[in-house]
Design a protein around this ligand. Structure first.
Ligand SMILES: [Zn+2]
Length: 554
């Protein structure tokens, strides 16, 4: 009998990365990895989980979520009313207490992800100056592996280097900044637009060719320049773009231009639902879906991947690095609002929002999200997200799964929303139903591949032992809401649908090579402009308890 071996026996395995579509197989685990079955039949596992009749998948990977950092924390403080009606997460022998609402507390976030069968999640918008804070919150976010995307689209140093026509300086700075923040990927949020917001009242750019005040570079130059740096550094994940003009009627042309600007580079467009709107001039009566032409472009261009940012009906909190957007939402809905500038780097806006099924705009947003899942031909290039908590909570993923797998359920849901959706989108005509294997792709295998995580999102030998086991059910929402077992790094966290132990996950980060010569120039820049000293800025190696360096692509 081997102490460390765990066997998952006889489950119906879905492992699309390894071309396994619902085959009965055994999976062997040693320590925190998946291993091959022992050759010697005398070798017995220390424990066997009988998975016969159950569905076995890799652990879920959420590639775009907001779960740590200063804006998440401000949102928690700003909305006590959001938590009052929710039952608190009680303390148990293994776990801390916590609160839910649209922005759960740190510990509750980790437990709830694990309870849903997710074992990895990334915070998609951390200003590098606040990276230390995000990593501190991650220390208190149990069960999952995690990482941060570093905001760069409005960074003064980068815009200055772009204006100077010096791509090698942009590339070296991007690499230094990622390493300094212990970040995983490069994030652009309303590139250039947030800077204009900081320069003048209610400022923004109106498209990707409007020069940014004081810098004389355009959003197009920022997007292209950084996409080039990301590719030359061979980072595991493409440049992660939140386009300009989020949420505005008619913004689909900006999105199309952004897609074209990424030609020749890898690019990931995030929460693309919020960027697929026809119509004009804040006119509700012309608001409509433009998913068809945009999905058509994505289908024909393999350099592009997207996540959806599905809207679900109910109350939530909008939180964004896009300060002008926060202001826009506050004006439209008349709710309370928080705005924050981060010196030389970024911005932030927070506002509560309630999506209503009888609202024409909200109903079309909901339909647009579903159209994206159903109109992108290749599930490997469209990842599930609600842009938690912006479109809705990550806890709503099982509901989205049912909407995608069950055409009749979708038709019934369509009857309950604003009737104009039928004319303003193609949703009513879409017959496609996702298979279990395709759900497995958009919730784990695909995002892991898009992120360049070779040991996640699959169950092959050498993969991380992050595994979710579901009891099949006709109602796919029920099936995905309550996994029977969740195994993280070889530890059985969830058993019989109950959290039996906690676990400290890893922080995934990158450390690309760069010309160290640049540090002298960056140090000068800090001396002149920053409120912190250059030497105090980077998050040091020993600051993160369980760090894992993910290599750049070869
Ligand atoms: Zn987001």
């Amino acid at each position: 009998m081997s102490d460390s071996l765990l066997k998952i026996s006889g489950g119906t395995v879905h492992d699309p990365r390894n071309q396994v579509d619902g085959e009965v197989r055994d999976i062997w685990i040693s320590g925190d990895r998946i291993v091959s079955a022992p050759n010697d039949p005398q070798v017995l596992p220390a424990r066997t989980i009988d998975a016969s009749g159950l569905v076995v998948m890799p652990g879920g990977v959420d590639m775009h979520s907001h779960i740590a950092g200063p804006k998440v924390n401000v949102a928690r403080k700003m909305r006590p009313e959001d938590r009052r009606s929710d039952v608190p997460v009680p303390r148990t022998r293994h776990t801390h207490s916590g609160t839910l609402g649209s922005v759960p507390s740190t510990f509750a976030t980790g437990y709830k992800y694990a309870g849903l069968g997710y074992t990895t999640a990334f915070d998609a918008a951390v200003p590098p100056l606040s990276a230390r804070h995000a990593h501190e919150e991650f220390e208190d976010t149990p069960c999952i592996d995690k990482g941060i995307y570093v905001l760069m689209g409005n960074n003064h140093y980068i815009m200055t280097a772009l204006k100077g026509g010096d791509p090698s300086r942009v590339k070296a700075f991007v690499a230094w900044l990622l390493s300094a923040a212990k970040g995983y990927a490069v994030k652009l949020v309303n590139p250039g637009g947030v800077e204009v917001w900081k320069q003048r009242a209610a400022g923004n750019v109106d498209g990707i060719d409007q020069p940014v005040d004081s810098f004389d570079v355009t959003p197009r130059q920022i997007i292209r320049g950084i996409a080039r740096a990301v590719d030359e550094l061979a980072l595991p994940h493409a440049v992660h773009v939140h386009c300009n003009n989020l949420g505005l009627p008619g913004n689909w042309t900006t999105t199309l231009e952004t897609l074209k600007t990424l030609d020749g580079h890898r690019g990931h467009l995030t929460h693309i639902q919020f960027h697929s709107y026809g119509g004009g001039d804040e006119d509700e009566n012309s608001f409509n879906s433009k998913v068809v032409p945009l999905a058509d472009y994505v289908n024909q261009h393999e350099n592009i991947t997207v996540d959806v940012g599905q809207v679900l009906f109910g109350q939530t909190t909008s939180m964004t690095g896009d300060s002008p957007l926060g202001y826009y939402l506050h004006k439209v809905y008349g709710t309370k609002w928080f705005s924050g500038d981060i010196e030389l780097e970024a911005g932030c806006g927070i506002a509560p929002i309630t999506y209503r099924n009888k609202s024409l705009i909200h109903a079309i947003q909901w339909a647009i999200g579903l159209e994206w899942y159903l109109l992108v031909d290749d599930p490997w290039r469209v990842a599930m997200s609600t842009d938690h908590p912006n479109g809705g909570s990550f806890l709503a993923y099982p509901q989205i799964i049912r909407l995608l797998m069950d055409r009749n359920f979708r038709r019934e849901a369509l009857k309950r929303v604003h009737p104009a959706v039928v004319q303003r989108s193609t949703l009513a005509a879409l017959e496609r139903e996702y298979s279990l294997n395709e759900i497995c792709i958009i919730t784990r295998a695909g995002p892991a591949k898009i992120l360049g995580l070779d040991r996640k999102g699959h169950l092959g030998v050498g993969a991380d032992a992050d595994i979710t086991i579901y009891a099949p059910h006709e109602d796919k929402q029920l099936m995905f809401e309550l996994p029977r077992y969740v195994i993280k790094s070889g530890n059985v966290l969830i058993e019989d649908c109950e959290l039996r132990m906690s676990h400290e996950g890893k922080t995934l980060h990158v450390s690309p090579e760069y010309d160290r010569e640049i540090e002298r120039d960056i140090a000068d820049w800090f001396e002149k402009y920053y409120s912190v000293q250059f030497r105090n800025y980077p998050v040091s190696e020993d600051y993160i308890r369980r760090a894992e360096l993910i290599p750049c692509r070869k």
